[in-house]
Design a binder for this molecule. Structure first.
Ligand SMILES: Nc1ncnc2c1ncn2[C@@H]1O[C@H](COP(=O)(O)OP(=O)(O)OP(=O)(O)O)[C@@H](O)[C@H]1O
Ligand SMILES: [Mg+2]
Length: 301
């Protein structure tokens, strides 16, 4: 029997031909799926990478609720700009991405920064010398963009530590003429706004929750086009869209986990497609704790 796989993007049809177990593994594996909002953020990040050096470099804060896809976008940016061997020897690292350490003091921040740049450092070294090493490394590596993820972690520090962190950001962007991207929750935005200089320098890009609009439809279409299911899905059906939004509250991470769960079920059960019924099945195990109550309400409704 030949399979009609017209509903899948030509590049992805091969995966629908794999045995069930391999298809399930494929559905569960980590991948970046482009959608309009994420692509717009990536375009802005590309502009920052190519920004001509000037006294005051623009910076960007990417903010949104947990799970909205901030880190996923940053990982895609890092993959698009990997370290490259320089003709003159050594390596160029165009994008350096550091996670705000859970102990948000200056020493931990520089230690983390030096660690991701493979810089040698002595943990007990005085902070000014760590700062100098970090500065020299960022210059030597030809870094064009510094990314700090999970910036809301700074809120667990004292207000003095927060001020010091803001000074550190200011120092790095002023001294190295380096654009900085911070990513975090809305709390990070509020904190950043308390520093007038930084508030004036950072543009903001927000990842807002999904609503039933054209971009959401485009996302569902994109998902349907890559899933290795052998029959066409009906995710764009109004009832299916409503179920997805009700179960996930428009959160990107929950949405991808939900689709993963129902797609695995569609493969195991032999249904081979997703539709409104996929989200209403008895015994469907919600993939995340945060979705349990929503699932009860949606099923009751
Ligand atoms: N573009 C995407 N393509 C595929 N999956 C995605 C995408 N964006 C988000 N996801 C899914 O959502 C999950 C959460 O995304 P991510 O970790 O980027 O969120 P976050 O905004 O960084 O959250 P937090 O504030 O908790 O760090 C990912 O693990 C992934 O499963
Ligand atoms: Mg994250």
């Amino acid at each position: 029997m030949t399979l009609e796989l017209e509903h899948i993007h030509p590049q992805y049809r091969q995966f629908a031909l794999l045995p069930d177990e391999a298809r399930i593994r494929w559905v569960r594996s980590d991948r970046y799926l482009g959608y309009a909002r994420a692509e717009r953020v990536l375009e802005r990040l590309e502009i920052l990478i190519d920004y001509p050096t000037r006294d005051r470099m623009p910076c960007l804060l990417l903010f949104g609720a947990p799970g909205m896809g901030k880190t996923k976008i940053l990982s895609k940016l890092l993959r698009d700009h990997p370290p490259i061997a320089k003709a003159t020897g050594g390596t160029a690292v165009p994008v350096v991405c550091v996670q705000m350490p859970p102990e948000p003091d200056e020493r931990s921040f520089y230690q983390e920064l030096l660690r991701v740049m493979n810089g040698a450092f002595v943990a007990s070294a005085p902070i000014p010398s760590m700062r100098q090493v970090a500065r020299r490394l960022l210059r030597d590596l030809g870094t064009k963009l510094l990314v700090v993820d999970e910036v809301q972690s700074m809120l667990s520090g004292s207000s003095r530590q927060q001020r010091i962190f803001f000074n550190t950001l200011r120092f790095l962007t002023n001294d190295l003429r380096l654009p900085i991207v911070c990513a975090g929750t809305d709390a990070a935005r509020v904190a950043l706004m308390t520093d007038p200089q930084l508030a004036d320098r950072f543009e903001a890009a927000e990842l807002v929750g999904w609503t039933d609009d054209a971009e959401f439809h485009q996302l569902l279409r994109g998902i349907s086009l890559i899933l290795p299911l052998r029959k066409p899905s009906q995710l764009l059906d109004p009832a299916a869209r409503q179920q997805i939004l009700a179960l996930t509250d428009g959160n990107t991470g929950r949405l991808f986990r939900l689709i993963e769960t129902v797609a695995v079920e569609a493969i195991s059960s032999g249904r081979e497609c997703l539709d409104e019924g996929s989200f209403r099945q008895k015994g469907l195990v919600m993939p995340l704790l945060s979705m349990l109550d929503r699932s009860r309400r949606a099923l009751a409704g």
